[in-house]
Design a protein around this ligand. Sequence first.
Ligand code: MN
Length: 227
Amino acid sequence: MKTVFDLKQTTLPVQGTDARFPVNRVYCVGRNYAEHAKEMGADPSREAPFFFGKPADAVFVPTGEVPYPTRTSDLHHEVELVVALHKGGSSLTLEQAREAVYAYAVGIDFTRRDLQADAKKQGRPWDTAKGFDFSGPVSELVPVSKTGWLEKGAITLSLSDHPKQRGDLSDMIWKVDEIIAELSAYYTLKAGDVIFTGTPAGVSAVNKGDEVDARIDGVGRLVFRMV
Ligand code: MN
């Protein structure tokens, strides 16, 4: 008898098409904007950005509401430019890295800041702080063929109409092609990989009932309510 497992591939919608983008791995960049590194108590002139991850099924396009996670009383928003790859490889050049980009999205790297602070103090991994259910809401993917290569543009987040985060993509310490090239020195990248490229300053707590409104010029908008 054939054994059947009811497993679902995580996929993301692509704006203007019927296509669904199948998610392989989800990589994240830490401290890629100097002002955010400083607000987290780091010195960006001495420490380079770094990588961590989320599980593939943490990424999703919300349909209006996002559940507040368990085991935290200090959930933080981090608005980020998200990049989806349609090519992979290892030790990519900057040119190969640019060719690997399929689409962009507006995303939020939700963080249980209390658990992250505890993990840092104890020298433990960040997984429970970063890789939980519904920790990576994103907008529909917008193909780079529509946006062009993005090097600048405002990236903002407000909570119930109160401005919280504001930065510009040009402030990224590692640019998108540099992130992909650097990441490909650690991992063999594949079509389906998704990368959260770091957050600007202004991170703060999100509470149930807050309306989250995240925007990136030239990419779009991600709006939902925490419940
Ligand atoms: Mn982040």
